[in-house]
Design a binder for this molecule. Structure first.
Ligand SMILES: NC(=O)c1ccc[n+]([C@@H]2O[C@H](COP(=O)([O-])OP(=O)(O)OC[C@H]3O[C@@H](n4cnc5c(N)ncnc54)[C@H](OP(=O)(O)O)[C@@H]3O)[C@@H](O)[C@H]2O)c1
Length: 303
């Protein structure tokens, strides 16, 4: 009959797409949430932090720290941008873990974002948490990012690293970029459209993070994707159908490379067919396991 204990959770990078949704969910179930942000005195529950030298006091005596900080990948990767992308994940996580290790009472859990980019570009291969790592800038980034997070286990902290797939939300990420183009009737597959896209609805991802905070038996990498990855061209067809528009126009790989350089090859033209083996073994209850309804719901939640 006991009441659920109110958890104390800090979310680094919690002002972004995933963090805002997660903070809302944790607050609505009664948890005490602090969003760590670089911007000064903004939203309620937001606390300023300096990711170049995090203050250990921010992580003292918490139930969980969630790490969602990271500079955006959705642009051309110039040498300067590459350094920013790397430091805001690998360097930041290293400094965050060092701060956690200096606390007198370390948090019970660290849930630190990773990405399915960990697997690299894998064609037709079916990928599980136990699969071999990939190669390339993103794969090496994700691997080093997870390794830094794992360092917190030395302080007795349970570490979970959700490997996040393409998050479906009208508020940000891939869907927010594609939907306006498809609405104009200018949508269609990227290149051959044969690459696999492993997606997850934002609400289901929030549930995976909440489960990772709560479940003392969960540790290590967890594929945070739906159980139904699709080829990019089927994603385009579903999106066009949901929006009542055609999906005729094909964007050639050469045009994507001109616009985005190597980012096009590693993100837009790459594919991973990822299965959420650990979540399926836990009987994780997805709200949206199928793409059509997931797209409909995501787009309905904000136009
Ligand atoms: N969305 C996806 O489809 C997806 C897929 C796979 C992996 N991920 C990963 O999951 C994490 C969260 O994703 P998201 O979509 O919520 O990202 P987001 O909306 O871009 O939010 C990331 C947050 O990180 C902070 N940040 C940005 N640049 C930073 C920097 N240089 N140093 C320190 N903090 C910085 C920002 O918070 P402040 O400005 O308030 O400090 C920002 O709100 C990211 O690492 C992302 O790569 C996302």
């Amino acid at each position: 009959m006991g009441e659920r204990r109110r958890l104390r959770v800090a979310i680094a990078g919690g002002s972004g797409l995933i963090g805002t949704a997660l903070a809302g969910e944790l607050k609505s179930r009664g948890d005490d949430v602090r969003v760590l942000t670089r911007s000064q005195g903004s939203a309620p529950h937001a606390v300023h932090w300096n990711p170049s030298a995090p203050d250990p006091a921010l992580f003292e005596d918490l139930d969980a720290v969630v790490n969602l900080a990271g500079a955006t990948l959705a642009r051309r990767w110039s040498p300067h941008v590459r350094r920013e992308i790397l430091d805001s994940r690998i360097g930041l996580t290293q400094r965050l873990v060092a701060a956690i290790r200096r606390t007198a009472r370390p948090p019970r859990a660290l849930v630190s974002a990773s990405a399915i980019g960990w697997y690299g570009n894998r064609g037709e291969e079916t990928l599980y948490e136990s699969s071999a790592p990939g190669t390339g800038f993103l794969a090496e980034l994700a691997s080093a990012w997870e390794n830094e997070a794992a360092g917190a286990s030395g302080a007795g902290v349970r570490v979970v690293t959700p490997r996040i797939g393409l998050v479906l939300s009208a508020r940000g990420g891939v869907l927010a970029r594609l939907a306006p183009i498809f609405r104009l009737g200018l949508g269609g597959p990227l290149a051959s459209g044969r690459m696999w896209w492993s997606w997850i609805a934002l609400e289901d991802l929030v549930g995976v993070f909440a489960r990772s905070i709560d479940d003392a038996a969960l540790a290590g990498p967890v594929n945070a994707v739906s159980p139904s990855p699709v080829r990019m061209r089927d994603f385009a067809l579903h999106l066009a159908h949901v929006l009542g528009r055609p999906a005729w126009l094909n964007v050639p790989a050469s045009a994507l490379r001109v616009a985005y350089g190597t980012m096009a090859d590693e993100v837009l033209l790459a594919g991973q067919r990822v299965i959420p083996k650990r979540l399926l073994d836990l009987d994780y209850a997805y709200r949206d396991a199928e793409l059509g309804p997931a797209l409909r719901r995501a787009l309905a939640s904000r136009g």
